[in-house]
Design a protein around this ligand. Structure first.
Ligand code: GDP
Ligand code: MN
Length: 396
């Protein structure tokens, strides 16, 4: 779970990592007022759950309240990395002498905590890693290993800190390390850690990702206003829509919509489609005992996806029965309507009843079923997959 910059900086403060003085604003008028209170040049930082705001125009400066206000108006109209700007963090503008990088992450392959240090900050660390990997210092720690003061000094040295301040910067690294472990983090970055022209080291940015599954261990986060949220930065709009409806869903590259039973049947379906040279447009799981509403919602996701040319549907009735499945599909046909050709098969618990319900509904309103071809156990699953691939080819 990714935190906003201002939330990360609150945590930094708690762990004695210096951050600029800052206030949060939700409107350009508020920015105007706060800039007046600061009464010095400020930086305006859009609070969005994505990096690279600098490059995307999401970081602006204002030397007086009027300028701050007009920059804020621009920011509130902007989308940064696809995200609308709803909050702006106002901080006193730092006079930057140097930008440094300090990060901590998990090396999952080796079960280690890794500290990354680089005297070139402000830029993307991945870029430095490609261009000049020898410029990055990596220190590995076992999960239960302590951070010693001398390691802080090694880090500060790597950052080319002058002797009188080695301890100070070393302590920032040590505190970041403690913060990382205490809050079950997956990633923490100070990029840039800034050396100001009056010789102070300050975290000008924060990036923190916490382990969602460990959130319950940190009730104090809630008190700080940090609530569980989706990692929207990594989801497509359709995946977000699916999440909101509690449907496990992933977008894939292909053009065949996959409407399976459970996850296992979904994996098998994707395998079959691939075997017949088709490409699934998604992976989806109905998530156990789905209601007709949920099933209808799942179909809406596929039918409204412009990339989908045909839909493959396969249900093996277990605890969730085929007649309930048919109910959901019929609900979708009546309320939404099917605009893509769909071929489906039902077997297992109550499949005959499911097929019977389809036949009855078709008798009532044949038009609804124009695009839907359904089968029971008499047609093997391979034939259904093959048919779905054919239908997609015909449509494309
Ligand atoms: P990011 O692009 O999303 O990582 O946002 P950052 O918070 O890292 O800001 C991007 C860049 O804006 C930094 O690398 C700095 O060069 C610049 N910047 C941010 N805050 C300040 C500030 O207070 N003073 C000055 N002069 N530059 C700043
Ligand atoms: Mn940054």
């Amino acid at each position: 779970m990714r935190l906003y910059e201002h939330e990360g900086k609150d945590l930094f403060s708690k762990y004695k990592i210096p951050v600029p003085q800052g206030r949060l604003a939700k409107s350009a008028e508020e920015v105007f007022e706060l800039a007046g209170e600061f009464n010095k040049p400020i930086v305006l930082k859009s609070q969005v759950l994505t990096g690279g705001r600098g490059k995307a125009g999401g970081v602006k400066f204002g030397s007086d309240p009027q300028e701050a206000k007009s920059e804020a108006e621009g920011l509130f109209d902007l989308k940064v990395g696809g995200f609308p700007v709803e909050k702006i963090l106002i901080e006193e503008k730092l006079k930057i002498e140097k930008e440094l990088y300090l990060g901590i992450t998990l090396d999952r392959a080796n079960y280690k905590i890794v500290i990354l240090v680089c005297a070139e900050g402000g830029v993307e660390i991945e870029e430095v890693a490609r261009r000049d990997p020898q410029k990055i210092l990596k220190l590995s720690f076992d999960i239960d290993e302590k951070f010693y003061q001398f390691q802080g000094l090694v880090i500060a040295k790597w950052l080319e800190v002058n002797s009188p301040q080695l301890r100070e910067v070393g302590a920032i690294a040590g505190n970041l390390f403690r913060l990382f472990k205490d809050y079950d983090a997956k990633l923490m970055e100070i990029n840039p850690l800034v050396l100001t022209s009056d010789g102070k080291y300050i975290a000008a940015d924060s990036r923190i990702s916490l382990d969602d599954d460990a959130l319950f261990r940190h009730p104090d986060l809630k008190e700080m206003g940090i609530e569980k949220r989706h990692e929207e930065g990594e989801l497509t709009p359709r995946e977000i829509q699916a999440r909101e409806r509690d449907i496990p869903y992933l977008d894939l590259e292909g053009d065949i919509g996959m409407f399976p039973g459970g996850a296992g049947f979904g994996i098998m379906g994707n395998d079959f489609i691939s075997y017949f040279d088709g490409k699934p447009a998604n992976f989806m799981d109905s998530g156990g005992g789905p209601t007709p509403e949920r099933l209808a919602n799942m179909l809406v996701l596929l039918d409204e996806n412009p990339k989908v040319k045909a839909i493959f549907a396969a249900r093996f009735g277990g605890i969730s029965r085929c007649d309930d499945f048919a109910k959901g599909v019929i609900k979708f046909l009546k309320e939404h309507g099917l605009s893509k050709p769909m071929v489906m098969r039902m077997t297992g618990n109550m499949w005959q009843e499911g097929v019977r319900m389809f036949e009855e509904a078709r008798k009532e309103n044949p038009k609804l079923f124009e695009k839907l071809e359904f089968h029971g156990i008499e047609v093997p699953i391979e034939e259904i997959a093959k048919k779905a691939v054919e239908l997609a080819k015909e449509a494309g």
